[in-house]
Design a protein around this ligand. Structure first.
Ligand code: 5RP
Length: 297
């Protein structure tokens, strides 16, 4: 391990130079992966835009029933047409969602668990889903929560490493999730550190949050980054968030509360899609949203 004495601050991210190891497959960092991995990634990331709209409804794995997700069986099927990937737990999918509704949509399967809203410290999870279950659930990736800088850092990175070792055997990509615990700051320094560690440990996709200089976080991470929506904010602001991260190089959003807690989840998910896949600005997407919820008589 290199010593940390006199570390020089990283600063040259070649922001104007596209990722170089991409002659052959359009997903960042996936050039050397096998056919099966590429097939799963092509189910997640659209070949034309290179991006993805993930609908996250795995909140119940530690929140129980949360506003907008009281009835997955009612709320989620309506939104499937507007998203590319369903991010969920195996129970949420298996119990509530008719597989016939999935069609060509991707499945991002939440594979770690072990904490609840009652815990002070959420940073200790276990690897709860094995490869056979991931195969049986037709998962296109498995999602592993990590807690860089938190008390559960070592165990969460052990979960990630075990997941990569396991999933690679079955050509299933791993989505490394950067958690932001109480003691972690949403700074470029933290997100550059966390996203790069996850990619270096073998995650094929990394999920994180927006921050200042986000384009540097993207440039320094050799796999695609998708951005979580976070807590519910006004639709216009959530669309601005989506636009900001896509324009700075994210390959998608993994939005939950800003879709299913919207007063108009269907229209909101369609507006997010405009930004992620059609290059719409936040203004254009919001105008689309407004027109959709106030149809001209
Ligand atoms: C829930 C999660 C969600 O997948 C992630 O946070 C995205 O959902 P939201 O946009 O509501 O934050 O990890 O535990």
């Amino acid at each position: 391990m290199a010593d940390l004495e006199g570390l020089k601050v990283a600063k040259n991210y070649y922001l104007d130079t596209p990722f170089q190891n991409s002659n052959g497959f359009y997903v960042k960092g996936a050039n050397a992966l096998d056919w099966g991995m590429k097939k799963h990634l092509s189910r997640i990331f659209d070949a034309k835009s290179g991006n993805t709209v993930m609908l996250a409804f795995d909140h119940g794995y530690f929140m129980g029933s949360t506003s907008g997700l009281e009835r997955l069986d009612i709320e989620i099927p309506k939104l499937i047409p507007n998203v590319d990937v369903l991010m969920a737990t195996r129970g949420g999918l298996r119990d509530c969602i008719d597989p016939a509704l999935i069609g060509n949509k991707g499945i991002a399967l939440r594979a770690t668990s072990g904490s609840s809203m009652l815990d002070e410290d959420l940073s200790h999870e276990i690897l709860a889903v094995d490869a056979q279950e991931a195969v049986k659930m037709n998962a296109d990736c498995i999602a592993i929560q990590t807690f860089i800088g938190g008390d559960g850092q070592l165990s969460s990175l052990e979960n990630l490493s075990k997941a990569v070792n396991m999933a690679q055997q079955y050509s299933i990509p791993v989505l490394g999730v950067v958690a932001v615990g109480k003691q972690m700051e949403r700074t470029p320094k933290f997100f550059k550190l966390a996203t790069r560690i996850l990619a270096e440990l073998g995650a094929n996709i990394v999920k994180t949050y927006n921050c200042e200089n986000f384009e540097e976080v993207v440039a320094a991470c050799p796999v695609p980054i998708v951005v979580a929506g976070g807590k519910k904010i006004p639709e216009r602001d959530a669309l601005q968030l989506a636009y900001d991260v896509i324009s700075k190089g994210a390959n998608g959003v993994d939005m939950g509360r800003n879709i299913f807690q919207s007063l108009h989840p269907f229209e909101m998910s369609a507006a997010v899609r405009k930004i992620v896949h059609e290059g719409a600005t936040a203004e254009e997407a919001y105008a689309f949203y407004e027109d959709a919820i106030h149809p001209v008589q």
